[in-house]
Design a protein around this ligand. Structure first.
Ligand SMILES: [Zn+2]
Length: 267
């Protein structure tokens, strides 16, 4: 009788435990559960509330950083054009790309400053992209390329002081080391149609439409697309282009996925 009682208690306990684990939603450390707004790394962009995470991604975002599905991609190698830089993968404070050159494109400013620079391969491909775009009557301008760790640090300190805390600053500015601009592989691009600004409605222009469909042919991707904010942890930034190499850019374009999804999702 006592044994039977124990068996019943154990059975009930097991039933409750299994039941609870079934109704607990999947939690993944890579998905910010509490993020309603994301950081923007570009000083002159506005903050926008992020859309709620799509529940399907909670299930598909299976792997954590360090468990990448694509072992052949050197996303941890800072010398590689495929280097991954985000909130989980930061660059060393003393990292300066070894082959920075001035990009041969029109800029929205005249000064000879570091934001004209990119790594050589990225610079050559971007100049090609701009030239082909121009032939098709798409006139683009560079706004901001390479940004040193020190520049990003000053920018972040400015926002921290202005907004009262690092947390608040981080909503509109990347922490030093977490900006792709330090890789020398990113360029913010704009057009006359949006007054050369880094604004969300650049995403509604014919210039953006052209970039979206053609950038991969030159090894570039729109790094922070709309609807993927909960994965990239950055707000929608239609102006931010990242050089990643033609093969990889083409894969991301064809599958309509971000680099994080490519590396860490089971697809
Ligand atoms: Zn940018």
């Amino acid at each position: 009788m006592f044994k039977k009682f124990i068996v019943i208690i154990v059975t009930i306990t097991l039933f409750i435990t299994i039941g609870c684990s079934r109704i607990t939603p999947p939690v993944d450390a890579n998905i910010p559960q509490d993020k309603q707004t994301g950081p923007q790394e570009d000083q002159d962009s506005s903050t926008n509330p992020l859309p709620p995470p799509e529940t399907e991604n909670s299930d598909t975002f299976m792997l954590k950083i360090g468990e990448a599905t694509k072992d052949t991609i050197s996303y941890r190698d800072i010398a590689s054009v495929a280097v991954l830089v985000n909130k989980q993968n930061e660059l060393p404070s003393d990292y300066v790309p070894p082959d920075l050159v001035e990009v041969n494109i029109p800029f929205t400013f005249k000064e000879k400053v570091e934001k004209r620079l990119m790594r050589q391969e990225a610079a050559e491909k971007l100049a090609e992209l701009f030239a082909v775009a121009k032939k098709e009557n798409i006139i683009l301008y560079g706004v901001s390329g390479y940004r040193s760790y020190q520049t990003q640090k000053s920018l972040f300190a400015y926002f921290t002081q202005r907004d009262g805390s690092e947390e608040k600053a981080n909503l509109i500015s990347a922490r030093p080391g977490e900006s792709e601009h330090q890789t020398g592989l990113a360029m913010d691009i704009s057009s006359q149609s949006v007054n050369f600004g880094l604004v969300e409605n650049f995403g509604d222009t014919k210039e953006y439409a052209w970039l979206k469909d053609n950038a991969h042919n030159f090894g570039y991707v729109i790094r922070y697309p709309k609807g993927k904010e909960h994965i990239t942890e950055y707000s929608y930034e239609p102006w931010h282009l990242r050089y990643i190499g033609k093969d990889l850019a083409t894969k991301l374009y064809e599958e309509k996925i971000t680099y994080e999804e490519y590396l860490f999702f089971k697809i």
